[in-house]
Design a protein around this ligand. Structure first.
Ligand code: PLP
Length: 401
């Protein structure tokens, strides 16, 4: 049958992380006890004070349209946050609020890209960059980080991929899926390179508060006026405040770009939910104790997850520096046979874990990095213990040469 779909939509793939979760969910509906390390979200509830603010907003009838870029006090609170936590001075007119970090990124690519422009995407990478860039008519150019450098990106990793068509490059530190955190000197080198070659920097900082071993987050736009002028800082309440379902993202950047994003948002969704904006106000201006508590809890679970993965023959991972993902090599399982065939790649390994151990993970290919799978450790300690016991058992008894 002739397709009725546009080339743009036909040309993109469904979100592979959602695909992995939905296969696991289907098996759950069949009554199978699945442990899922696939969904990248906190297992905490949103802190009570934030939720209470939303209830107050509903009960107070705060239910009408607001300004498209975000309410005045929300934009002020976002600008204050950037100044306080990131050392970046944005005016309220240089920030905007959107429906999740995902929508911020999409508005941004649509605002800055023309057909044929190139955007450098360091890999391994968050799944939506590629499809959003393609939807904007631009071309993603993948620049691999080096695993020998713990997946920490450097200017040298990016430089060979810059061309006269390069419009922007993405930095995502802490990184999904590797958990890598860029060193400040590397970020400075990348900022200098971008300034010299007149490239915009899109810095996705949604995991900024999930840093371990005393690391401090560094924002590129804080390096000085040149960096500020060429950088768009993307952030979200999802991971920091356990607010994934609320859909709250925000950005700071040069006024022309932010205004373009707002213009687009005005025709796409209009304002972000008025109630959620009130909750964001409380999240940004209220006490931050819950953020520290959640981070400390993730840090302990990170240790457990990394230790348990590394105790299974054929699997190995580094202890991640940030985010809540352990990115594990499964190449040690290649060539082994199980009931349904031979493990030849990370997708086979993920299927083996799901079918034999009833554990869901996302294959690294989804993040443009084969040979690895991603485990989320924002799960209970019991689930981490049981899930890794199951995988260990399946590897020892369900595989043979
Ligand atoms: N950026 C990265 C690196 C992510 O991992 C995610 C979510 O997983 C997002 C952006 C978008 O998050 P949200 O749309 O929930 O704010």
């Amino acid at each position: 049958m002739e397709t009725r779909l546009s080339k743009a939509v036909t040309g993109i793939n469904p979100s592979p992380t959602e695909a992995a979760s939905s296969l696991a969910n289907r098996m759950k509906l069949e009554g199978i006890d699945i442990i899922s390390f696939a969904q990248g979200e906190p297992d905490f509830d949103t802190p009570a004070a934030i939720s209470r603010e939303a209830v107050r907003a509903i009960e107070g009838g705060f239910t009408r349209y607001t300004d498209v870029p975000g309410m005045k006090d929300v934009r002020e609170a976002v600008a204050e946050k950037f100044a306080r936590e990131n050392g970046i001075r944005y005016k309220p007119s240089e920030v905007m609020v959107s429906n999740g970090g995902k929508q911020v990124l999409y508005l941004l690519f649509r605002t800055i890209c023309d057909s044929g422009d190139e955007v450098i995407v360091p890999t391994p990478c968050y799944v939506s960059y590629e499809e959003q860039i393609k939807l904007s008519g631009a071309v993603p150019v993948f620049a691999p980080a080096r695993k020998e450098n713990r997946f920490r990106l450097t200017g040298k990793d990016i430089e060979p991929f810059i061309s006269p068509r390069t419009k922007a490059l993405i930095i995502n530190s802490p990184n999904n899926p590797s958990g890598a955190v860029c060193e400040e000197e590397d970020l400075r080198e990348i900022a200098a390179l971008a300034a010299e070659r007149r490239i915009l920097i899109v810095t996705d900082e949604v995991y900024e508060h999930l840093l371990y071993d005393g690391r401090k987050h560094v924002s590129i736009a804080a390096f000085g006026e040149d960096a500020r002028r060429s950088t768009i800082t993307v952030n979200s309440a999802s991971k920091t405040y356990a607010m994934t379902g609320w859909r709250l993202g925000y950005a700071g950047g040069p006024e022309d770009i932010i205004s373009g994003m707002i213009k687009l948002q005005g025709h796409i969704s209009g304002n972000v939910c008025s109630i959620a904006q009130r909750a964001l106000l409380e999240a940004l201006r209220g006490p931050q104790e819950a953020v520290r508590e959640m981070r400390n809890s993730y840090a302990q679970r990170r240790d457990l997850m990394a230790e348990r993965i590394n105790s299974i023959p054929g699997l190995s991972c580094m202890k991640p520096d940030g985010a809540f993902y352990a990115f594990a090599s499964v190449e040690g399982l290649y060539g082994k046979r199980w009931r349904e065939g031979v493990i030849r790649n990370d997708m086979d390994a993920a299927l083996f874990f799901l079918k034999e151990a009833h554990v869901a993970v996302v294959p690294g290919t989804a993040f443009r990095w084969g040979g690895y799978v991603r485990f989320v450790f924002a799960n209970s300690r019991e689930d981490i213990e049981t899930g890794l016991d199951r995988i260990g058992g399946a590897v020892l008894s369900g595989l043979h040469d």
